[in-house]
Design a protein around this ligand. Structure first.
Ligand SMILES: C[S@@+](CC[C@H](N)C(=O)[O-])C[C@H]1O[C@@H](n2cnc3c(N)ncnc32)[C@H](O)[C@@H]1O
Length: 176
C-alpha cells in the first residue's frame, strides 16, 4: 500500500498553498522556532486518554500559543461513574478537563469515596471539538467507556500518568 505523507494529503485536499512548512517532531517536546501559533489542533488520543500522548502534547504546545489562541479539541473531559450497568450510572468525580487554561496548571490527583458494593468504575470521555460540536458517551471509539476494577480498600485516588504508557491509575488512598 502506498504511504500517505502529510504533504500529499494536503495536496490532495487542494490546501497545500496554506501550509508554510511540515515539521517532523515529538509534539510532547516540540518548541516552535517561528511565530507563535494562533491555533493548535491535536488528535492523538484514545478513550479515557490512555496510551497516546494527548495530555502531554497539549500541555507542551499550549505554552507556545499566542494569548487567546484556539485549542482544538476545545476540551476533553474524563469523568468517573459507577452503577453504569444498571442505568445511566452515577457520576462520582471529574478526573480531568483538558482545555487551554487547565493545560497550563499542574495535574492534581482526584480522591473519591466510592459507594459501598461498587466493584468497577467507568471512565467516561466527553470531547468538545469546538463550540457546539462534540462527542459524548458511545459516539465514537474515543468516547467509549473504559471500565476499571475497583481496588479493595477505602477511598480511592485517581492519578493521571504521562510518559510511555499514559492513562489513569486508580489506587487506594490513605492519608497516612
Ligand atoms: C490516533 S492517531 C491520529 C492521527 C490523526 N489525527 C488521524 O485522525 O488520522 C495519533 C497520531 O499521533 C502520532 N503521535 C503519537 N505520539 C506522538 C508524538 N509524541 N509526537 C507527534 N506525533 C505523535 C502517531 O504517530 C499517530 O499518527
Amino acid at each position: 500500500m502506498r504511504r500517505t505523507t502529510p504533504s500529499r494529503s494536503w495536496e490532495q485536499l487542494g490546501q497545500a498553498a496554506y501550509v508554510d512548512r511540515y515539521v517532523l517532531a515529538d509534539a510532547t517536546h516540540y518548541r516552535p522556532d517561528g511565530p507563535r501559533p494562533h491555533v493548535v489542533v491535536l488528535e492523538m488520543m484514545q478513550r479515557a486518554l490512555v496510551k497516546e500522548p494527548q495530555v502531554a502534547a497539549t500541555r507542551n504546545l499550549v505554552r507556545w500559543m499566542r494569548p487567546g489562541g484556539l485549542l482544538v479539541p476545545q476540551s476533553i473531559a474524563v469523568d468517573a461513574a459507577v452503577d453504569a450497568v444498571i442505568d445511566a450510572g452515577r457520576h462520582v468525580a471529574r478526573l480531568i478537563d483538558l482545555n487551554v487554561e487547565s493545560a497550563r496548571e499542574p495535574l492534581e490527583p482526584v480522591r473519591v469515596t466510592l459507594p459501598g458494593g461498587v466493584h468497577v468504575v467507568e471512565l467516561r470521555t466527553e470531547i468538545v471539538v469546538s463550540d457546539g460540536i462534540g462527542l459524548g458517551r458511545g459516539d465514537s471509539g474515543l468516547t467509549l467507556p473504559l471500565v476499571l476494577p475497583r481496588p479493595a480498600g477505602g477511598p480511592v485516588e485517581f492519578s493521571y500518568r504521562m510518559g510511555k504508557r499514559p492513562g489513569f491509575e486508580m489506587s487506594v488512598w490513605s492519608s497516612e
